[in-house]
Write a protein that binds this ligand. Sequence first.
Ligand code: BGP
Length: 470
Amino acid sequence: MANFPDGFLWGGATAANQIEGAYAEGGKGLSIQDVLPDGERGRVTEEPTPDNLKLIGIDHYHRYVDDIALLGEMGFAVYRFSMAWSRIFPNGDEDQPNEEGLAYYARVLDELERHGIEPIVTLSHYETPLHLARAYGGWENRALIGFFEKFARTLFERFGDRVKRWLTFNEINAVLELPFFAGGVPRTREDMPLQDLYQTVHHELVASARVTRLAHDLIPGSQIGCMILAMPTYPLTPAPADVLAAQQAERVNYGFGDVHCRGYYPSYLLRTLERAGVTLEITDQDRDDLLNTVDFVSLSYYVSVCETADEDLRIRGEGNFLGGVPNPALAATETGWGWQVDPVGLRVVLNAYWDRWQKPLFVIENGLGAVDVPERTDDGLRIEDDYRIAYLNDHLSATADAIDDGVPVLGFTVWSCIDLVSASTAQMSKRYGLIYVDRHDDGSGSLDRHRKKSFYWYKDVISSNGALIR
Ligand code: BGP
């Protein structure tokens, strides 16, 4: 039996662009997601096109009252979601916020309060306003720091009495692979020299630190987290050259947490940049800003990868954006999308992060994207997603093991509580939810909600504070 501490924060997570829809309602401006019909896979359209499932999403914008009631039914202590930047500042560079957008999120918070669910709000979940991408070149431009700070200040001033936990950038390290998707930079990775890529990263890191300070100044008792795409990197073989290659690959991702938790660039990262001929523009003010470190580290965890020094073996497998060499020891445990399932990797990463940063951790995303095949019964649809239950059980068990190892883990929010549009592939058929949404890849479907078997299972997990986890 697994042991979770009293007060462990059980819940689920979503992102505005993957659930809300209503892409042009309520005064919302366009975000980069509105012109990315295939998710992160590269196609960028001039205007929103009807094949982009995110334009309607799961229509959460209109159905949030019922959706939140379902979260309440599961007994959620917390719910992590994002407030879409382009709902609050439609172009991103206005002086005054869009009151209709603020009113919408105030109503969402009302519903959460009604069900006793604490909100955790992500400020930026792959949702840069499109205008900031097109007119300014996205996060490659230092001007975005100020626009982001204004957005954050608006939310902190309006909702700071109701929201204490905030996350800055979702999966901040993803920008290394996906400059447009994660950073609003209208260039491909291949066309971006390391100099420009790391300058982009630097602007996001400074912005994250500046809003951390702002939250601490404006919101008594606020807790600010960074959010890292966690992907433990194992050596492909015990050969020392592979161990070194794995360590170096791991550091590429560690760099983000190091700056967030220590308040300055680690020497290995500065040295790597220097060797590559990169000279970052880091002002004295930036250095001062970076000293505002986060209160906790949140992470998404889906896959682990391997690394090798052998060029011939360095093939890139499928994975959560960053990818890596597939693990031969996990060959038989792929999801339908080629992601290798590795619950032990979660225990590995929780221990490694705690050892390194000594900040409380939050598993803010973990779950299984799978095809569900509903059966029609007299009382509706039945979805027997035992595979999802098994996946979550094993990852929660690994979380409990890490807690038992001495790692302070604040909570676990399932990705996702409800089916939504996938980020990487923009499909509905890659379902993550505990709640089924009747919508399909061709856009058809009633949008009705149905509780899956995992819904009832998670409800029992929460009410037993994890005692059901094996
Ligand atoms: C993370 C993102 C989420 C989410 C999840 C699952 O990278 O933060 O937005 O979607 O992964 O990935 P996907 O939807 O690509 O299957």
